[in-house]
Design a protein around this ligand. Sequence first.
Ligand SMILES: [Zn+2]
Length: 83
Amino acid sequence: MKKVVCPDCGGNLMIEYLYQYGLQHKVSSTGRILSRTKKVDGGPLNDCILYCPACRRNFDDEEYSMTCDYIRLGINTEDEDHV
Ligand SMILES: [Zn+2]
């Protein structure tokens, strides 16, 4: 099985899931926005970044695919003849 590592430096990859959060501020009756905040979880953004922490290489969406808990790199040299 082909190793799923950084094609540039051979390092292990990292995936970062993006979540969205909201910061809620209470507005007083005078209209002042109060500094006390409440963090609300807005849920996942259905987006993630695959990157190599060693050489800071970022992977584009076309460069990899994700199935369940597995990453597959789409950089396939054998498939290069289809244009
Ligand atoms: Zn790398």
